[in-house]
Ligand binder design. Sequence first.
Ligand SMILES: [Zn+2]
Length: 299
Amino acid sequence: MEQLARCPVCGGERIIAYRPGTLAGFDLSPEEIKITDRGYGRLWDLGLCRDCRHVFANPCPSPALMNALYAAVEDPLYDEEAEGRSRNFKKILAALERLLPGRGRLFDVGAATGILLDLARARGWEPDGIEPSAWAVRFAKDKYGLTIRTGNFETAGLPAGAYRAVTMIDVIEHTPRPAEALRRAFEILAPGGLLCVVTPDIGSAAAAFIGRKWWHFRPGHLSYFTRRSLTRLLEGAGFAIIRRRRYAWTFSAHYLVSRIERLRFLAGEGRFASFLRRIPIKLALGDSFEIYARKRSTG
Ligand SMILES: [Zn+2]
């Protein structure tokens, strides 16, 4: 664990305590940081930057610890929701394509089981991506025939200026070094290339009303962005924001019921469970940012 004296977004030193956490240092397992983890409301001690309003784990787990945990994650439940996730990803790809006519190479950071890359390929993109979980990379190969790089985005050797689009869907909040991740995204994009970032909005009404039980408060999340801190991070890395949207999630009724303690008994196996699996539910909570930003030309 590392005590941060400066804000990981703006470098400001006016850091105050924001919310006491419920996680003790090293008791985290790969099981607890997977995407479909149910442990909402479990969080690190959080600090707040008074300059850019960024909220972040402080002390912060080291990149080495997080990398080791993500490398070991196995999350079969993630791909069971492929249909709902596909709906979300198709909207993102369509938005990218409107802002950036034509196709080319697309890089997905934290590609998980390859759902987005599979869709991108079908729409004419040349897919590439990286994912720390060896299990997910194998899964993407077996199910979609996709070759995804195994490893950590911030430290991987990637070709500079090679991609027309980079997607970071629910990724930036997981990394102990968000500024470093955006610098890398800038580096690998071609001039004029587009970055799409989706990440929870701690300044949203949902976050304020739900409080501690906000579903984005979870052990895998180390950064919680506000409009100000995310803008600052993107602009600081050399991006110009060209489109802002609110992200609406689609899940099956089965998945949502299985997340709710008192309704979980409905989500077993059998005919009712498979019925629930076929009902898509759109959660328009508006508590995530969906931002498109263009790489500014340097020099
Ligand atoms: Zn700050």
